[in-house]
Ligand binder design. Sequence first.
Ligand SMILES: *[C@@H]1O[C@H](CO)[C@@H](O)[C@H](O)[C@H]1NC(C)=O
Ligand SMILES: *[C@@H]1O[C@H](CO)[C@@H](O)[C@H](O)[C@H]1NC(C)=O
Ligand SMILES: *[C@@H]1O[C@H](CO)[C@@H](O)[C@H](O)[C@H]1NC(C)=O
Ligand SMILES: [Cu+2]
Length: 150
Amino acid sequence: MIWCLIALVLALDLKATTAETFIVGDGIEWDIPPLGSIAYRTWARSKDFELGDTIVFNWTGTHDVAEVTRENYDSCTGTDAIDLRQTSPANFTLTTNSTRYFICTISNHCDLGQKVTINMGDQWSSASSLAVGALSAVLSTIAISFLTFF
Ligand SMILES: *[C@@H]1O[C@H](CO)[C@@H](O)[C@H](O)[C@H]1NC(C)=O
Ligand SMILES: *[C@@H]1O[C@H](CO)[C@@H](O)[C@H](O)[C@H]1NC(C)=O
Ligand SMILES: *[C@@H]1O[C@H](CO)[C@@H](O)[C@H](O)[C@H]1NC(C)=O
Ligand SMILES: [Cu+2]
């Protein structure tokens, strides 16, 4: 019983703190998506990005990846990039608690949907890590009470 609780606490703490690596686009990787920008929008929404995670842009063929401002993201402006990477894979670690914008600057790829928003301030993900943290604190307390009791 007590060991089950301790194992559960450790598992929850691990889930709350382990940095993850995400391949942008999963199977389609970094390319002009067949149905436009919805592909990367859907991909990003399905992920729970946390501080310390790494996103990897992996591509073959003629592409690049630029981190840009929100304005340049919306208008697909590749000049004036915050950070331009021209070799694959390009890894970005999510070290700031802010929304980040990435586009491909080659030809009209961005207009065709090769752009992705990484949203860290996601309400669901903050709520869920808070919930995991609270649950794990409660369980730790229970586990410690058991240990002192027996
Ligand atoms: C990147 O893509 C290449 C070719 O599809 C593949 O061989 C490689 O394993 C991929 N790298 C990562 C980190 O996914
Ligand atoms: C980028 O991430 C991929 C996948 O985790 C890894 O294989 C590769 O070594 C990393 N490259 C750099 C320069 O960190
Ligand atoms: C991240 O930013 C959001 C919005 O600015 C803020 O509400 C939240 O407390 C911040 N979280 C951390 C861990 O800094
Ligand atoms: Cu491209």
